[in-house]
Design a protein around this ligand. Structure first.
Ligand SMILES: [Zn+2]
Ligand SMILES: [Zn+2]
Length: 344
């Protein structure tokens, strides 16, 4: 007994379903309400998914607010880029594998979005970093120290070469006295002084396998060493591109995936219009980021089901972004927004 593949998981506190123009996999009661248009449909969905969890997986998870969830899904925490905006945090997302939250990237604002989503940061014990640019790591110390303060007692971090140096320079050295003080007044050092750092090689291959969740990585094309990640769990698959231009290795990694979250930094946007302050920004970025059409090309060549676009500059034109991707890809296209959740 397995829930239909694109049914959204039950809505969590504080979330709102917002997709650019499509969104059959996007969370919220909308799709389910269309399938089951009687009062209390969300309750039936929770019951149905709960039964599926017990029967299909042999066990069940009880995440936030007692809601039962199964399978694989992604919650977009930040869909912006280095230039701060109120609407979009820097890059970050949570992958839920059977209810277990896994953080992928940790840019500025991601920790606050975690709280807005109703997710206890102390439950996150696994973090993957696609690369070490500031818009993917500025909340690193905030997350590690904050979730430790909230009770997290273990953490493993997977990232490209340089991750151990970042851990030392962003956290251990500047906050050595801070951590020592908190330990001296009774807090366990577990979860902050014993973080397991795994630097992954810049080559395709498996980097994590706990028997149910498998994570593979592949290097992509960016201005810093960057890894895309593929999560396989319970027969579903999700790929997060990291920052990248069009990349054949990413096509291979994403082949047949249910959901692909892809950089679309070069989407039509106010910030890309010629300006005497920064000149032709699009020309400078085009070797290191993707357009919606290029992201859609990857989705088409990899034969994925759903393409989710992210990493937008200030003032992105969402309708034009959607249309550009849809022109290249027959599957579902979603223009990402902060706190949008997509089921695989
Ligand atoms: Zn970057
Ligand atoms: Zn970035």
């Amino acid at each position: 007994m397995r829930p239909p593949s694109s049914l959204a998981a039950p809505r969590r506190g504080g979330l709102r379903a917002r997709s650019g123009s499509a969104g059959s996999g996007a969370t919220g009661s909308g799709r389910w309400a269309r399938l089951c248009p009687w009062p209390g449909a969300d309750d039936w969905q929770a019951w149905f998914l709960g039964v599926a969890a017990v029967v299909d997986c042999g066990h069940m998870f009880v995440p936030e607010k007692g809601v039962l969830t199964v399978s694989l899904r992604v919650l977009l925490l930040g869909t912006g880029s280095p230039r701060p905006t109120l609407e979009r945090a820097n890059t970050g997302q949570v992958v839920f594998a059977g209810g277990r939250p896994i953080l992928v990237d940790c840019g500025a604002g991601v920790m606050r979005r975690l709280l807005e989503a109703g997710l206890d940061p102390a439950r996150v014990t696994l973090l993957f970093l696609t690369h070490l640019h500031s818009d993917h790591t500025l909340d690193y110390a905030e997350f590690v120290l904050g979730s430790w303060a909230m009770g997290r007692g273990e953490l493993a971090v997977y990232g490209p070469p340089g991750t151990a140096c970042l851990h030392r320079l962003l956290l251990l050295e500047p906050y050595a006295d801070d951590i020592a003080y908190r330990v001296s007044v009774g807090r366990s050092p577990a979860g902050v002084l014993d973080v397991a750092i795994h630097e992954c090689p810049l080559e395709p291959g498996g980097i994590y396998d706990d028997g149910s969740l498998r994570v593979r990585a592949a290097p992509v094309i960016h201005s810093a060493p960057t890894l895309a990640f593929r999560f396989d769990y319970a027969g579903k698959s999700l790929v997060i591109s990291g920052d990248t231009a069009y990349c054949p290795a990413l096509v291979e990694l994403a082949r047949g995936a249910d959901v692909l979250v892809h950089d679309a930094c070069l989407a039509p946007a106010l910030a890309l219009e010629p300006n005497p302050l920064w000149g032709n920004l699009a020309e400078r970025l085009r070797h290191h980021h993707a357009t919606p059409a290029e992201a859609a090309r990857v989705a088409r060549e990899a034969n994925v089901r759903t393409l989710v676009l992210t990493h937008f500059l200030r003032g992105v034109y969402e309708d034009a972004t959607f249309e550009e991707a849809e022109h290249e890809f027959d599957g579902e296209v979603i223009v990402g927004r902060d706190l949008l959740e997509i089921s695989c």
